[in-house]
Design a protein around this ligand. Sequence first.
Ligand SMILES: Cc1cc2nc3c(=O)[nH]c(=O)nc-3n(C[C@H](O)[C@H](O)[C@H](O)COP(=O)(O)OP(=O)(O)OC[C@H]3O[C@@H](n4cnc5c(N)ncnc54)[C@H](O)[C@@H]3O)c2cc1C
Length: 448
Amino acid sequence: MSSSRLHIIVIGGGIGGLCLAQGLKAAGISVTVYERNPSTVWPEGYRIHINPVGSQALHACLSPVLWEAFIASAGKPPAGLGFLTEQLEDLLVIAEEFMLRRTSRAFDAHYPVSRIALRHLLLAGLEEIVCFEKTFERYEQTPDGKVTAFFADGTQARGDVLVAADGANSRVRQHYLPQAPRVETGVVGVGGRLLLTEQTRAWLPQQLTLRMNLIMALDPYCLFTAPFDRTHTSAEAQGLVRERAKAARLNPDLLVDETQDYLLWGFFTHRQSYPVDLQPLDEPGRLAVVGQMTERWHPVLRRIFAEADPGSISLNPLKTSTLIAPWEGTNVTLMGDAIHNMPPVGGLGGNMALRDAASLVQVLIAVQSGTMPLLSAISTYEAEMRTSGFAAVRAALGYMQQAITTNRFARVGSRAWFRLCRAMPACKQMVEDRWAQPMRSQPDKAIQ
Ligand SMILES: Cc1cc2nc3c(=O)[nH]c(=O)nc-3n(C[C@H](O)[C@H](O)[C@H](O)COP(=O)(O)OP(=O)(O)OC[C@H]3O[C@@H](n4cnc5c(N)ncnc54)[C@H](O)[C@@H]3O)c2cc1C
């Protein structure tokens, strides 16, 4: 089979699109990313949890210096995942050894990272590849096997493959797969940050500052907490990567950010469980409603809401992709939230976008080298992406529903089950397996 020179058009410069561009660039495949926002705008500055699936994909796509910068700027890996009552009683703790998958391989571990730092890393060295302020409007597939993207400013771009990495409200998906709408789950989340300072660390228990937790209340409400507590200060992290970054002609100052450490929290429940509509309320008003709903919770948890940074409060109606039947592969394909968007319960969406990026790089390398025809490569990628992506959607919906079920017997039963698991290792293993399942598969295996 002869080799052919490919040009890939990526719509959307988010987590997935930029990781894909890094991987393609490293493989010598021509790529241009079109991002609607200006270079200075990056939605949501929150921490993001990278699990082993995401780590492996980043490791596969990033250059060694960027991978080192990723490790240097990441937070401390969480000391496990705890399931707690609203009175801070530990029901069950999935321990650190499990979170680290009993391995010392850096690319096989969990990392909390700042989205801003991750974005800087993913953009590094792509100055010639990412075009900002380009809002995609539509595409046309032409009989010569090419595809043309049209942008709001009247410009267009032509390539061999168009990849939709344009996130949850993907315009490409709306045209290409109109049968795949994104729908409301009926669940609404309120999120915020409590800065980790000397004062707050003095009253926060270690179970909250060292590990991730799901607080499963007797009422059908759930609270997720996760610390972003960096291993190195910004100055230390810069020192660690400075020389290698310079050698790779990258600006070391841009590879780490100045984010202060914090405890991230997310409270979520069914829309109808809120006593009022949160939409018209301002941040203090939304916090007051959460405070009112959690009146009987442990004072430490209530203080986390009360002392949250007001500017950090966000309101998130949780939505999900719909599962659709397989479609025939063409030179338009999708990745990440553009096809398998899910509620952020379980922290899987970004990891799956990274995984898609690594898988797509592998098949496109095979096309470029002439060992695979383009459409078989896209179909192979999509078959695996659908399986793993929609498995993650199902897992996230399952976690969400279990956490806030309105069936009181089920809630009491879950708490009893977790207490039993704490006492019986065989049962605990089952819980660990359930929570680990969507995080286990390896990106490299995707195309075998
Ligand atoms: C509160 C919250 C917490 C989360 N926490 C985690 C976590 O801990 N771990 C995890 O794995 N995931 C997490 N997620 C999910 C994660 O953020 C997403 O799954 C991930 O960002 C998806 O990456 P993506 O590249 O597919 O899309 P995005 O990162 O959304 O990127 C899409 C890009 O496309 C651009 N774009 C959109 N439309 C156009 C257009 N018409 N033309 C050009 N550009 C366009 C956008 O500006 C954006 O830059 C969380 C989500 C939320 C809301």
